[in-house]
Write a protein that binds this ligand. Structure first.
Ligand SMILES: [Fe+2]
Length: 395
């Protein structure tokens, strides 16, 4: 939702005839916030409204999602490296943390993409932990690479093809939205020079999706729709996702975390100075390799804090995590609101005098408490919260 983008053929004016090869194309307006928000207008070869049957669907660990019944308030460590893989980009999803505003999970993909999927509950943001691939959607093909964030607007029929059909995706479902914070834009919608990225850093679909029997197979064509945390399969006699052209402000886009321009201060800046995306009730932040605080007496390690109105999760990707021990790549820590947290013993002192950090991590702060799901409960390091105490250092 950065700027108007267009692909393929569209008529000079919206809501007018558009004939291709003598056939009237079916216009579909993809609108947000009723008809007041950003929108795109697409021209379908076959109406996307003519499903011939529907049937219910579910994916254990994803939809419906189940929160643990009792969750004591203390620091948590969810070891997603221990998560069992299985399935394509949709069926491999395992949601780990939830509240009304956001669902957070991991997909360990092991199979080629099958059904198209449309998430009606929220915009999705994937972080490609170790993989590259392509998003195939009604807006066309969007290639992505390792360490990309990929945002897919809610209501978009799409699939994700991973290179080699394998890889790990961290995902956020912003309910209903997730995108670029308003304060990174000027009054004209352009990203300001103070934003941590520029328009040049974002990639959009460049090639339209065309029906290919070898790729898409024979009917019925299946579209899995999620809305209200229920899934329904829509079955079509005709391939329903072929678009001859579109324009607008709504489309998937990709952004690499290493293109994020971090801010560094003379003394330590708060973690939310690394905001990348935001939605209702949450922010997503990127910690990337950077120079650290340069005051002669600065302590580059994050200070202890009790951010009393936020739950904070951190997904560790790569590098030295200056403030934590016992945490490994793919770990998710959850530091809940209302209690203090800070660096592990020893890391605070050790950071004095360091000049740069190579850490790579994705953070999410939420204003409503996050609940662990039953899947997260099964891969939790249950003693993590005790590892701050002397003599009980992390494993
Ligand atoms: Fe924190």
């Amino acid at each position: 939702m950065l700027q108007r983008h267009t692909l393929g053929s569209i008529p000079p004016k919206p809501h007018t005839t558009h004939y291709v090869d003598g056939k009237l194309m079916m216009e579909q307006c993809m609108t947000r916030e009723g008809f007041d928000g950003p929108f795109s207008i697409l021209y379908f070869k076959v109406p996307p409204t003519d499903e011939c049957a529907t049937e219910p669907a579910s994916i254990a660990g994803y939809c419906p999602v189940e929160a643990v019944k009792e969750q004591p308030v203390h620091r948590r460590h969810v070891r997603t490296q221990d998560l069992k893989g299985g399935g394509d980009f949709l069926h491999a999803r395992r949601t780990l943390l939830i509240n009304d505003d956001i669902h957070i999970g991991v997909a360990k993909v092991t199979e080629a993409a099958r059904d198209f999927f449309s998430n009606g509950d929220g915009d999705e943001c994937f972080f490609a932990y170790d993989c590259s691939g392509k998003v195939e959607s009604i807006y066309g093909w969007l290639p992505f690479r390792k360490y990309d964030y990929v945002i897919v607007p809610h209501g978009t029929p799409y699939r994700i093809h991973l290179e080699g059909n394998t890889g790990t995706l961290l995902y956020f479902e912003g309910r209903p939205e997730l995108g670029i914070p308003r304060n990174f834009r000027n009054a004209y919608g352009q990203l300001t020079m103070f934003a941590p990225y520029s328009h040049r850093d974002f990639r959009m679909p460049q090639e339209l999706l065309e029906f290919d029997r070898g790729l898409h197979g024979d009917p019925p064509y299946r579209l899995v729709v999620k809305r209200g945390d229920q899934m329904t399969v829509h079955l079509f006699d005709h391939f329903p996702h072929e678009v001859v052209g579109w324009d607008g402000f709504v489309y998937p886009m990709a952004f690499n975390i290493l293109d994020y321009q971090p801010k560094t201060g003379q003394i330590h800046l708060p973690p939310t100075s690394h905001i990348t995306f935001a939605g209702k009730g949450f922010v997503v932040c990127s910690f990337v390799p950077r120079m650290v605080d340069y005051h002669e007496k600065s302590i580059p390690c994050p200070y202890g804090h009790a951010s009393v109105d936020c739950d904070e999760i951190l997904y560790y990707v790569e590098g030295n995590f200056t403030s934590r021990k016992g945490i490994e790549s793919q770990s998710i820590s959850l530091h809940p609101m209302g209690i203090p947290h800070g660096p592990h013993p020893g890391t605070y002192e050790k950071s004095v005098g360091t000049k740069r950090t190579d850490e790579l991590a994705v953070m999410c702060d939420t204003f409503k408490p996050l609940r662990l799901t039953t899947v997260a409960d099964g891969i939790e390091d249950k003693d993590y919260h005790l590892t701050w105490a002397k003599g009980q250092m992390a494993k």
